[in-house]
Design a protein around this ligand. Structure first.
Ligand SMILES: NC(=O)c1ccc[n+]([C@@H]2O[C@H](COP(=O)([O-])OP(=O)(O)OC[C@H]3O[C@@H](n4cnc5c(N)ncnc54)[C@H](OP(=O)(O)O)[C@@H]3O)[C@@H](O)[C@H]2O)c1
Length: 340
């Protein structure tokens, strides 16, 4: 086993104390101290450097049955993280290596070597393995190309377009020959970013007026693909603007994650009949077979600057919860990252 002698005795970590009803409240969580322990056989001890906060974590805070188990009450939460190995008893992983793993929401983590993927800090900034080259990037890639079956010449609408997934969806569509890319986001600054920096053809602030009217104005010839990150009136508007043979990939519905009552469905689903439209949900976890193809294709665009990305970086484990709440509020532009 290799190890370093300068480890602290304790690591801070975030626990879920009670299951939030509606918007999560600070008293549903606690930042607690836990002993830093040496890795057992086959394990590594990682000093986390970047933590991911993601909308799906809201789902894991509730007890509802889902594709992934709820966070346990009184225990540390989980999430994507990148860190440096500071002690290792795992074959193939040495002190000084950087790894991507799933034990976020804490400063130090003991992780099985099997669940730690080595990443190269010289190939790309470490935080990008959580965003543009990581889970959110693959979500954009798989959802657009596989679930929505994007093809050259399609007009594409994406909601949550200034966020981690949405910004990448629109740019991949542009780089792959979309006839028109339209995005919606929640502020004038975000709308400006979409058009002026990300190269969208049109964008609007969904808070400025009915989404259906703003979408019709931005896409007078209709849309062939809608990548849904939001649900609600965005989804209804997209169905209303869908062209014949249109496809809707349902990635997320952030507008309903804090609802205490079920949200009503779109009133115009019958349009799927006349348009022969298709609507299909997907989970990134089912598309990891595309991971190497995704990195091969997207990493050069990121390196050349053809595909731009933003990160909103919040510093300190003590601000991990606020960063998460900030994602739900829309404080972030691009991927929300916590830097330790
Ligand atoms: N299916 C999968 O496997 C998968 C994987 C990853 C992510 N997702 C989903 O993809 C979506 C985007 O995730 P992300 O990680 O890229 O997050 P993100 O877009 O970076 O952050 C979430 C954004 O949602 C917007 N938002 C919040 N409340 C809203 C509302 N009521 N109406 C419209 N927009 C609202 C905010 O931006 P504004 O300022 O624009 O409001 C906020 O910045 C989420 O729905 C997430 O659950 C799904």
């Amino acid at each position: 086993m290799t190890d370093t002698p300068t480890l602290p005795a304790v690591s801070r970590e975030w626990h879920l104390l009670s299951r939030p009803v509606g918007w999560p409240k600070p008293e549903d969580f606690a930042l607690v101290e836990a002993e830093v322990r040496q890795p057992g056989e086959g394990q590594v001890l990682v000093r986390n450097k970047y933590l991911s906060v993601d909308p799906y974590m809201r789902g894991r805070m509730s007890a509802a049955k889902s594709y992934v188990a709820p966070f346990e009450l009184g225990k540390v939460m989980q999430g994507g993280a990148v860190g440096e190995v500071v002690a290792s008893d795992a074959e193939g992983l040495s002190v000084g290596d950087h790894v991507l793993h799933f034990s976020g929401w804490r400063e130090y983590a003991v992780v099985s070597g099997k669940n730690a993927v080595k990443v190269d800090p010289d190939a790309a900034p470490l935080s990008t393995y959580l965003g543009v080259l990581g889970m959110t990037g693959l979500t954009a890639y798989a959802g657009l190309l596989r679930t929505a079956a994007f093809k050259e010449g399609d007009a594409v609408f994406v909601s949550g377009a200034a966020g981690a997934v949405g910004g990448q969806v629109g740019q991949i569509a542009r780089l792959k020959g979309a006839s028109r890319v339209i995005g919606s986001a929640g502020s004038a600054e975000k709308v400006k970013l979409l058009v002026e920096e990300y190269g969208f053809d049109a964008a609007f602030n969904y808070k400025d007026g009915p989404v259906s009217e703003q979408l019709r104005a931005a896409a007078p010839d209709g849309i062939d693909v809608y990548f849904d990150n939001v649900g609600g009136d965005h989804l209804e508007a997209a169905i209303g603007s869908l062209n014949e043979g249109g496809r809707i990939a349902v990635c997320g519905m952030i507008s309903v994650y804090n609802n205490t009552e079920p949200a009503p469905g779109p009133k115009n689903l019958a349009r799927l009949i006349q348009t022969r439209g298709r609507i299909e949900g997907f989970l990134v976890g089912d598309h990891y077979d595309l991971q190497s193809q995704f990195v091969r294709e997207v990493a050069p665009w990121v390196a050349s600057g053809e595909l731009k990305y933003r990160e909103t970086v919040v510093e300190g484990i003590e601000n991990n919860l606020e960063a998460f709440l900030g994602v739900l509020r829309g404080d972030n532009t691009g991927k929300m990252i916590v830097k330790l």
